[in-house]
Write a protein that binds this ligand. Sequence first.
Ligand code: FES
Ligand code: ZN
Length: 121
Amino acid sequence: MPPFTHLILVCCNKRPDGHPRGCCNPDESEALRKAFKQETKKRNLGPLIRATKSGCLEQCQHGPVVAIYPQGIFYGNVTEKDIPRIFDETVLNNRIIDDLLIQEECLNNPQCEHVEQKKPS
Ligand code: FES
Ligand SMILES: [Zn+2]
């Protein structure tokens, strides 16, 4: 069995509706994780690239959040339509997608400006 080349962690954490930290899996369907798995299969990359479910990656205000290793890239507000370009650009060609990247000032910053924006009004 060849070693994994990439691990794609898809946050599937669910918090109650209206929770101030938000969550990445609002309908508990794990739809995003399933779509990543499907794309992996479609591209025949199964043994090398694993898309797996993760608990909270602590970037909730930027959810849905996906982390890609070994690059250690954190993407936020990821939707299913972003998946093909995440494979084409980041996984296969090591290029960062700027509009998905969680900015340095936001990463692991529980006080970033987006926390307030996720709070229910
Ligand atoms: S709930 Fe997904 S990063 Fe926290
Ligand atoms: Zn932020």
